[in-house]
Design a protein around this ligand. Sequence first.
Ligand code: GLU
Length: 411
Amino acid sequence: MTHAASKSELFFHQAADHLGLSARFRVLLLAPERDVKVQVAIRLDNGEIETFIGYRVQHDNARGPMKGGLRFHPQVDEDEVRTLAQLMTWKTAVVDLPYGGAKGGIAVDPRSLSKGELERLTRKFVDQIHEMVGPDSDIPAPDMGTNSQVMAWFMNQYQTHHGFQPACVTGKPLELHGCEGREEATGRGVVIVTDRLMHHLGQKLAGKTVALQGFGNVGSFCGKVLHERGARVVAITDHRGGVKNANGLDIPTLLTYAQKNDGVAGFPGGDPMTNAELFASPVDILIPAALGGQLTAETAPSVRAKYIVEAANDPTTPEADEIFLKKGITVVPDILANAGGVTVSYFEWVQNRSVVHWPLEEIRGRLETRMSTAFDAVWQIAQDRKVPLRTAAYILGIGRVARATELAGVS
Ligand code: GLU
């Protein structure tokens, strides 16, 4: 490593070294196109005014309009949004979508707001960023703390400025130009690549034991599809607690339980467990599907899984990644593993622009094909260059962005 780099850029430089990219070109690829920070003030239900900070970072548009979620979470800050925007650029390139990368967010705990307050916050944020987003420039989508309802408000508020443009945002409700299977897409995509990994290793996903950190949108659909494909989910933790059962958790019953009880804690079909225990579970596959920065120099040494599939964005620090490499643990990186969400977002955008509606089976089939094709391409690079899957995925993603940048030239 010859280049000064922030922690999150180390993975970039490992791949850029393989691609032989010059220092100047790296600066061009790394720097965001635009980085916006706004003050979002709303009136609370009690009549008082509260101020939040909102962000939209547009990282790169060499391959097309910028694409990426909107996160509502107390930990959102400029650094995190910049890192996540950059990950979106490599992610859309890995699955070969005609997009660049962006990310946005508001530093807020959405659970602390009423529905009306959340709506006012979303609409005010749209008022402040509407000029920089749009179907041909930057298309937001759900991320942690946001959902299809937030996207519906987004679309409706955008419409007050620019007229009817459903393709200005993805992850919308089905009744409002949304796409079949968008909600399950990230979790399903994680399982598709896990299945594909097993296939390349000459193994079967059915019968494998899995520990899952997180049971929100991504984690819960991941658990559901794993269960459908015969894997045994033996441990799950979420923001309120955890549950384990060595014989395999009854996922359909747990899904209903978690919805009613705001989490998996106290589920009668298993015993309580902590996050630290989950990481150290003697399972085949560990799936972090919660916040970033979970697998660190402190937590990584305890991991006993053979495979890690990164459903979350940025869950592994470079130190932890090094530890996994030494331990012989195979890591399927976030920019490949969780690309199912943005892939189905792309399907939604295509349908909105063509005014058509594809059935669920078509979406699932297309997702399966795209994710498998991307996995196979990354696997091949890893074999050819004898590099870990993360480096291979970055080589594929950065390579595509670098070629597009070079071909387009500078005006
Ligand atoms: N927020 C998701 C991600 O991190 C989806 C982004 C999108 O659909 O644009 O990939």
